[in-house]
Ligand binder design. Structure first.
Ligand code: IPE
Ligand code: IPE
Ligand code: MG
Length: 247
């Protein structure tokens, strides 16, 4: 299996895993069967990211807006996350994967929260791939919580207004300590961020692929990394070629 060039690998890849429902529908299956198939793809892509030497892989597993779905689908999605951690935690730990969970934790089901904490605690000192699971995650919710924590510190005199810098805001987000995503991939042909990493995506390269998430695989992931390597990132400055021409 081909390996992307290491020197130009994105340090952090984030994925909006979309299209499970459409995949299931096109195969005459229930939406839950689509999510189950999507879970198998999660395993394959985590392994690929780890093999390729990607530093951070963030997977959008459940958004703060996904509670709007029918109760049965929500229940099945939460059940699948539990199953994933129960079944895969020991193997991920053995593979030196460090797990981080981002998203709102208050009011999470009491059977779920301890599992998420266990996954983080068990793998805390691992030094391989950091797998960031975005669960009950929404960017606006994350930013609002960060603002509340900053406002509280200002009100209590622990911070001055002038201390509020982009760096301070970074440090109050769920993603504190995690570099911004270099590449955000969304499957299923939809071209939107759906409240995912809005602050952190300021300079991310965006890639929209038409395949539905259950059809996504290691080779497609590798192709996305290779395409990323061809992109020119400027961060507001000039490319080397432009700078050489002068003004
Ligand atoms: C993505 O697939 C999985 C989650 C949002 C949890 P969808 O369930 O959104 O699939 P589509 O978009 O309906 O096809
Ligand atoms: C985004 O997909 C959330 C996840 C992949 C978990 P959605 O399917 O919920 O997004 P919208 O509703 O199409 O924007
Ligand atoms: Mg969707």
């Amino acid at each position: 299996m081909a390996h992307p060039e290491r020197s130009s690998l994105p340090k952090h890849v984030a994925i909006i895993m979309d299209g499970n429902g459409r995949w299931a529908q096109s195969h005459g299956m229930t939406r839950t069967a689509g999510h189950r198939k999507g879970m198998e793809v999660v395993r394959e892509i985590v392994r690929a990211a780890s093999d390729f030497g990607v530093g951070y892989l963030t997977l959008f597993a459940f958004s703060s807006e996904n509670w709007r779905r029918p109760e049965t689908e929500v229940r099945d999605l939460l059940g699948l996350l539990k199953l994933f951690i129960r079944r895969d935690l020991s193997e991920l730990h053995r593979d030196n994967v460090r797990i981080r969970v981002i998203g709102e934790r208050n009011n999470l089901r009491s059977d779920l929260l301890p599992l998420l904490i266990e996954a983080e605690e068990t793998t805390r000192n691992n030094t391989g791939l950091t797998l960031v699971i975005a669960f009950n995650y929404g960017s606006r919710d994350e930013m609002a919580r960060a603002m509340v924590s900053i406002a509280r510190d200002v009100a209590d005199g622990r911070l001055r207004c002038e201390d509020i810098t982009p760096g301070l805001i970074d440090s109050r987000l769920d993603t504190a300590g995690i570099p911004d995503p270099d590449l955000i991939i969304r499957t299923s042909g939809e071209e939107r961020l759906s409240n995912f990493l809005l602050w952190q995506a300021a300079y991310s390269e965006l890639m929209f692929v038409n395949d539905l998430w259950p059809d996504f695989n290691r080779a497609m992931f590798c192709a996305a990394l290779e395409k990323f390597a061809m992109r020119e990132r400027r961060f507001g400055g000039l490319s080397a070629a432009q700078a050489a021409v002068g003004s």
